[in-house]
Design a protein around this ligand. Structure first.
Ligand code: NAD
Length: 558
């Protein structure tokens, strides 16, 4: 099967349970499979040109399929729909319904996603260039994510009103976990539907209503999620999907006064803009940003296995993974053998149309990314690094945004290739002599998303899991990701955690303390008697209460 035979459904914005044309009418973003675009002169989605065109004519060049170009006006409608859905029937229809009620919809979505797995995987591969096998795994993960949060949403019912033990018997207290409100979800193109699922599923499980703004570079499967929501009868307005350019649709969503929280996954640069925007309203935000993660390989490894993990850790998803272990740190005793083997194996990676059987590396997503990656490789060369393998377009592919898997050595820590996220199939390599040196190199980055250590020595692995400054550390592997384990970064890779351990759900919940006075006695009398017995339990606020009523009677009674 090649991309020629595929049909992409034509969709509109999904607002209030209906397909709607953009308010400004007819504006659309156009897309063409990255594997078909000509490498020279074709502007696929050249973001700057697209933004300029959208602002003036509202219509962009028509290519293979169109995606509606939403604007602030559409965002406004979507937010209003989400607000209405949040409070409809005093919240009883959704936000204050039981978790198990909402879980039924999440499970329904999971079932439909599984039923449409092959079709969705194909659309995803076409839209972002990911090998179709990998896209199919992603779609399995999407369904599993909805299932996972259905379970957590259901479990939330049993955790409500859990009593809190207090030091005064005249009071009782419990905690309510309530949906935070209307949430804005802004997502990238590298895992288009999965990154959306990581946000939509917990938001809905928590009882929030949402507006999703997928990436303009790969929106197709997110619009299919809207179709799935219609099929399962999700109440109107609970999930709204507004496609469009970042500045036109993402920025108004982030700054919208009726949006209670923003959850963002994307580049550090856009994350910074969003943080500035939401700070104006003291709006909570969670940020999953970029990375430049290290993989440290010690001399005691099984070299074949380690080479496989190093290649997988950087070249999977066409190298466009936030957590890609794109800085390889090799013990100097094994470096020569390791690199020879790596180059031999890299030559066996099948680079092709993502729908072709056996494809292991498809094209990168857009012309902008293609040019950016080539520039990174050129700069590395100009700064004195060695392109040990790859670095160019594969000879057998004269069209499309294809780049060979690329391995760069003789890298200095001052070089751009060491410091900046490439977000493409490019690995840079340094050697080390001691464990201490390896840790210093691993942590020599502004990012803190992930890291990996490969060694047969369990004590060393255990030490390094503590010493690597990152939100995720893999031992003797790279990239596995489970819904059950928390995901997120430190430093400029962002803050907040998605997925496991309840953290992903907590992103969309607010905690309310409910404290009740249950004594028949007047408060002042109770406070005085208790304080006379012992003052150790008293908090400053408790002590203040009698003073509000008058300090004199309080002192006199004592
Ligand atoms: P991006 O920042 O360009 O875009 C992400 C989203 O933000 C898109 O939907 C875009 O339209 C929107 N956007 C752009 N400008 C905006 C603005 N001014 N206001 C509001 N929204 C705006 O990122 P990308 O190129 O789509 O994705 C690649 C980046 O995402 C990489 O840096 C990668 O590391 C990161 N990423 C991180 C994770 C993680 O879990 N940490 C996962 C996937 C991708």
């Amino acid at each position: 099967m090649s991309s020629e035979a595929s049909v992409v459904p034509r969709r509109q914005l999904f607002i209030d349970g209906e397909w709607k044309e953009p308010v400004l009418g007819g504006g659309s973003l156009s897309s063409i499979p990255p594997q078909k675009a000509s490498s020279v002169g074709t502007s696929l989605i050249d973001l700057e040109a697209a933004a300029a065109a959208a602002r003036t004519s509202r219509v962009l060049v028509l290519m293979n399929w169109d995606v509606p170009a939403g604007t602030a006006e559409d965002v406004d409608l979507a937010v209003s729909a989400a607000r209405r859905a949040f409070s409809r029937n005093k919240g009883r229809d959704w936000s204050r319904a039981s978790g198990s009620h909402r879980a039924k919809f999440l499970r329904g979505i999971a079932v439909k996603i599984t039923e449409r797995r092959d079709e969705l995987a194909k659309l995803e591969a076409l839209d972002c260039g990911k090998p179709s096998d990998e896209a199919a795994w992603d779609i399995d993960d999407v369904a599993a994510c909805f299932e996972y949060y259905a379970d957590l949403g259901e479990a939330l019912d049993g955790k409500q009103k859990a009593p809190i033990s207090l030091p005064m018997q005249t009071f009782k207290s419990h905690v309510l976990k309530e949906p935070i409100g209307v949430v804005g979800l802004i997502t990238p193109w590298n895992y288009p539907l999965l990154m959306a699922a990581w946000k939509v599923a917990p938001a809905l499980a928590a009882g929030c209503t949402a507006v999703l703004k997928p990436s303009e570079l790969a929106s197709v499967t997110c619009l299919e999620l809207a179709d799935v929501c219609k099929e399962v009868g999700l109440p109107a307005g609970v999930l709204n999907i507004v496609t469009g350019l970042g500045p036109d649709a993402g920025a108004p969503l982030a700054s919208h006064p009726q949006v209670d929280k923003i959850a963002f996954t994307g580049s550090t640069e856009t994350g910074r803009k969003i943080m500035i925007s939401v700070s104006q309203m003291i709006k909570p935000v969670s940020l999953e940003l970029g990375g430049k993660s290290p993989i440290i390989v010690f001399e005691d490894v099984d070299i074949d296995k380690a080479v496989e993990w190093a290649l997988f850790g950087c070249f999977w998803t066409n190298g466009q993974i936030c957590s890609a272990t794109s800085r390889l740190l090799l013990h100097e005793n094994i470096a020569d053998e390791f690199l020879k083997k790596m180059c031999r194996w890299a030559a066996n990676i099948k680079v092709s149309d993502p729908l072709e059987e056996g494809c292991r590396l498809g094209p990168v997503v857009s012309q902008g990314q293609y040019e950016k990656i080539k520039k990174h490789i050129l700069t590395a060369k100009n700064e004195g690094a060695t392109i040990l393998y790859g670095g160019a377009r594969p000879q057998h592919l004269d069209k499309g945004f294809f780049i060979q898997p690329t391995i760069i050595t003789n890298v200095e820590t001052s070089m751009q290739i060491w410091k900046e996220e490439v977000f493409g199939p490019v690995l840079c390599v340094k050697t080390f002599r001691t464990e201490e040196e390896a840790v210093d190199l691993a942590n020599d980055t502004q990012y803190g998303l992930a890291g990996a250590v490969l060694s047969k020595d369990p004590d060393r692995c255990s030490r390094l899991t503590e010493e690597i400054q990152a939100g995720i550390v893999w031992v003797n592997c790279s990239q596995p990701c489970f819904c059950q384990a928390p995901w997120g970064g430190n430093k400029r890779s962002g803050f907040g955690r998605e997925l496991g351990n309840g953290l992903g759900l907590d992103n969309y919940l607010t905690v309310k303390q409910v404290t009740q006075y249950i004594s028949d006695d007047p408060w002042v009398g109770t406070a005085i008697r208790q304080s006379c017995k012992s003052q150790t339990w008293m908090t400053p606020r408790t002590l203040l209460a009698p003073t509000k009523l008058g300090i004199a009677p309080f002192l006199k009674a004592c």
